[in-house]
Design a protein around this ligand. Structure first.
Ligand SMILES: [Mn+2]
Length: 447
């Protein structure tokens, strides 16, 4: 009995230690409220003014990974089920969801979709929840001749690729006429045009982009949590670095922290480039063994509650920067910090670059071609949607990632933070990962 109790106590102690090790970042998945989705749908209907908006959800799970719903579809209803269609009627204000009827075997293997869930309609704020087989009849009954049928005429973005990147990859694929099949989205557009020639097909994409580029308080809350989690993952990766470890061991430390913190996965394949690999912008093979004297450049982001994050740090494997590395690092850091100082609503890229030039001059530094500016938007995707912008606006979130790369010297440096534009400046969401030379060397000295 006593022995058992001892064992139980030891076990309990072990769990307590684990719980402590998990720290405050063992967060639960929170997601978004019904009100948030109602607000987004209303805003999109207001922009469309008339007609019916049709969006298709993810139809087949991607190979080898957990399904991740299409970003635009998720943005409007949060439903993860496969093969769904969502319609928003701009005139009547109705939202209708269409889901495939599953066979008992399908249900047994993959779990039931929401079609049979009595409470789903109210919980999601839907006007109706229908069998997918009713979709065409719904359109025939509700779309008025001459009215608009709003479709996404541009590619859907993914967690790691922007709409424009998806288009580029498609173009590359089509270089061989054997691969030049139509995309699923293009097929759907063609099908709807053929079936409903009397409707005016319009592009909903610019309206979705205009909404997604300004983050709501709920989105900001998720991004803040993701900023803390992704920064902690990079900090743990730093602590896992020592001469002789493989790049994938550094990656593993970040992945462990990320999954432990409640994220569904990574926002993109983690980039861990040591030595010469630090000069390859998207080095994600992560198979090299690190050596004393190397720099490690890590570019990382978690995918938390369907929102991405983007952070890069560069640190010395042996714990101390060489003089040459330090000089280059100072320049990149100066440029990056000067950009952050200049971010505020109304700022233009030219104004940011002018401030960077001023700061470099005052410090007597040569930027070596790195001038700063704006980076790319971050949100549901790592390279999030957004129109070309002249000026920053409150609620925008983007990554700023200046870098200097010296293949001939065997090292590259990138320092990247994801920032939120606030009322009068910016908030650095990924600030918890050290980037000052003294901070980094202190942390690495404690390994
Ligand atoms: Mn980036």
């Amino acid at each position: 009995m006593n022995g058992k109790r001892d064992r139980a106590r030891r076990l309990l102690g072990g769990f307590l230690l684990l719980a402590l090790a998990a720290g405050p970042l063992a967060a639960q998945r929170v997601g978004f409220s019904k009100d948030e989705f109602l607000r987004r749908r209303q805003a999109l209907r207001d922009r469309a003014k008339d007609g019916i908006i049709v969006l298709f959800g993810l139809d087949v799970p991607p190979e080898g990974t957990a399904p991740r719903q299409d970003n635009d579809f998720f943005y409007l209803c949060g439903v993860e089920d496969l093969g769904a269609i969502l319609t928003l009627n701009a005139r009547t204000g109705e939202t209708n969801l269409f889901l495939p009827r599953q066979s008992p075997r399908e249900e047994m293997i993959s779990g039931a979709n929401l079609l049979k869930d009595e409470s789903a309609k109210d919980r999601l704020g839907l006007s109706s929840l229908n069998d997918l087989g009713y979709f065409d009849e719904y359109l025939a009954r509700n779309a008025r001749t001459g009215a608009a049928l709003w479709l996404r005429l541009q590619p859907g973005d993914t967690v790691d690729d922007a709409r424009s990147e998806v288009l580029i990859f498609e173009a590359r694929k089509n270089r061989s006429h054997y691969n030049a099949q139509m995309t699923r989205d293009d097929f759907r557009i063609q099908r709807l045009r053929e079936r409903y020639p009397a409707f005016e097909i319009k592009d909903i994409t610019p309206h979705l982009d205009a909404l997604r580029v300004i983050k709501s308080p709920e989105e900001i809350a998720v991004l803040r949590r993701n900023g803390r989690l992704s920064a902690e993952a990079v900090r743990q990766a730093m602590l896992a670095t020592r001469p002789g470890v493989f790049e994938y061991e550094i990656e593993a430390a970040a992945r462990f922290t990320t999954l432990k913190g409640g994220a569904k996965g990574m926002a993109f394949a983690p980039i861990v480039g040591s030595g010469p690999n630090s000069c390859v912008w998207h080095h994600d093979a992560n198979g090299r063994r690190t050596e004393a004297g190397d720099l490690v450049l890590m570019d990382f982001g978690a995918d938390l509650d369907h929102m991405a994050m983007d952070i890069s740090r560069t640190w010395p494997v042996s714990g101390v920067f060489s003089r040459e590395q330090r000089e280059a690092y100072e320049i990149v850091l100066t440029v990056q910090k000067a950009c952050l100082e200049a971010y505020k609503p109304g700022a233009t890229a030219a104004e940011v670059q002018a401030h960077v030039a001023e700061v470099l001059k005052a410090k007597g530094l040569d930027g070596r071609g790195e001038r700063g500016g704006f980076g790319h938007f971050v949100g549901l995707g790592t390279h999030d949607v957004g129109p070309w912008i002249a000026r920053l606006e409150e609620g925008m979130v983007f990554a700023i990632e200046p870098g200097l790369y010296y293949p001939e010297k065997g090292f590259g440096i990138r320092i990247e933070d994801t920032v939120l534009i606030t009322q009068d400046g910016c908030e650095v969401l990924t600030r918890d990962a050290p980037k000052e030379i003294a901070e980094i060397e202190k942390l690495l000295g404690r390994r």
